[in-house]
Design a binder for this molecule. Structure first.
Ligand code: ADP
Ligand code: 5GP
Length: 398
């Protein structure tokens, strides 16, 4: 392709969204035109991305990060804040119809520097927000797993565990996909290189890491994510865009830590000694690094658990009033809708043209409260229906 496509306007409001032939849409950001789409042989839409640089008059194929939407029956495009393009997928399932192509966000700019190429990044849009994840760290044998299990048992609908990847061998009672994703080092190293991990670290001689998907999957299920990771991992998460609460668990003494590790009976003597050697540095860092918001001593287990619950605001009323986020209901869009943008609202007209002025045909997406984004999901999408043009946004769906 050597010349700019001949665009014809699709949705004229604001001149933001316009559509070319076939299944392509495009949006202008500065000197660049981002062209999204293309047709597959089975007449579904292929969601590719090309950039036309108006200063050089050249086409560029960017590095595309993240998981892109599935092939579909077409899509609409709206530019938001000059840094991301909202894509509304036609004929998809209600929970899979809103996507964002980030073209100039902080994450994309960072990746451009790292990769030295043009970069765009996909992020799936989700209704509702997610509660801040809880990062729990502490030396091996201090009781992190025990405390997390107690929390998940008492509040099964509230918390979900971020299942890490590790190259260490499973213990007798551990199941793949439940306690860890047990992985080959070469596979994990490739996934790390491909940007699939939020953090990773070498711990006691093995590689451990939290995939972006592990954390997002918990939030998608409407639960608050708990991460059991070492101090290096906590430091990386602290530096990432994930806002979390950081808790460090300390043993009452090194002697009791050793007793617990030995009593657990899951490591060889050599591994126990290695874990104890590392524990001293971990405790030192946990207490002094400024990474952690809270330090808890796990002397008496019941007391420590009560303190943990208090930190997380789990008094009786908070726990019983918990309503999972996000609303599991997605956005049900008919195939033939049109899209426009007014201020911070995206208006989706779901009716036939003759019915445009009657009620219930308009859905508004409020994009002011958007949070997160690539490499994870984009959350905080508020959805409203509009009863009539004069009434404005008077019925919140969620
Ligand atoms: P971690 O996940 O931090 O490596 P675990 O939760 O596996 O540690 O706990 C290590 C061992 O210590 C387990 O056998 C557990 O039952 C025991 N344990 C945990 N907390 C206490 C405590 N407060 N007092 C005595 N034993 C404990
Ligand atoms: P274990 O082998 O006992 O399950 O875990 C050993 C250490 O690895 C613990 O300190 C645990 O917190 C840490 N760990 C577990 N998963 C992760 C992870 O995904 N990332 C990091 N950085 N550390 C992890």
């Amino acid at each position: 392709m050597g010349e700019a496509p001949a665009f014809c306007f699709d949705n004229l409001q604001n001149g933001f969204s316009f559509k070319s032939k076939g299944f392509e849409t495009s949006a202008d950001v500065g000197d660049k035109t981002f062209v999204i789409g293309g047709a597959n042989s089975d007449s579904t839409s292929y969601i590719g991305v090309q950039i036309y640089d108006k200063t050089t008059c050249k086409w560029v194929i960017p590095t595309v990060l993240g998981t892109k939407p599935k092939p579909c029956k077409g899509h609409s495009t709206i530019l938001l804040n000059e840094d991301r393009i909202m894509i509304i997928i036609k004929g998809s399932t209600p929970d899979d119809c809103i996507w964002f192509l980030e073209v100039d966000t902080k994450y994309v700019r960072e990746q451009k520097k790292v990769l030295g190429t043009e970069v765009v990044a996909w992020s799936k849009g989700m209704r509702g927000d997610a509660e801040k994840p809880v990062v729990i760290s502490g030396p091996s044998g201090v009781g992190k797993g025990t405390l997390i299990n107690m929390l998940m048992k008492e509040f099964p609908s509230m918390f979900g565990f971020s299942v890490s990847h590790t190259t260490r061998a499973p213990r007798g009672n551990e199941n793949n996909g439940v306690h860890y994703h047990f992985t080959d080092r070469s596979v994990m190293e490739k996934d790390i290189k491909d940007g699939k991990f939020l953090e990773f670290a070498s711990v006691h001689g093995n590689l451990y890491g939290t995939s972006i998907e592990a954390v997002e999957a918990v939030a998608d299920s409407g639960k608050r994510c708990i991460l059991d990771i070492d101090v290096q991992g906590a430091r990386s998460v602290r530096a990432s865009s994930l806002e979390a609460i950081f808790i460090f668990i300390c043993p009452p003494s090194m002697r009791q830590l050793e007793e617990r590790l030995r009593a657990r009976g899951t490591e060889t003597e050599e591994q126990i000694l290695k874990r104890l050697r590392n524990a001293e540095a971990e405790i030192e860092q946990g207490k002094s690094s400024g990474i952690f918001d809270h330090i808890l001593y796990n002397d008496n287990l019941v007391e420590c658990y009560e303190n943990l619950k208090e930190l997380l605001g789990l008094d009786g009323s908070a726990a019983t009033n918990h309503k999972p986020y996000p609303d599991p209901k997605g956005i049900d869009l008919p195939l033939n809708h049109t899209v426009s943008k007014i201020d911070n609202k995206i208006l989706i007209n779901c009716g036939t043209p003759e019915l445009e002025t009657t009620s219930k045909n308009l859905i508004a997406l409020d994009v002011l409260g958007l949070k997160g984004g690539a490499p994870g999901r984009t959350r905080g999408l508020n959805v409203y229906s509009i009863d009539s043009f004069s009434d404005g946004l008077n019925e919140k769906l969620s």
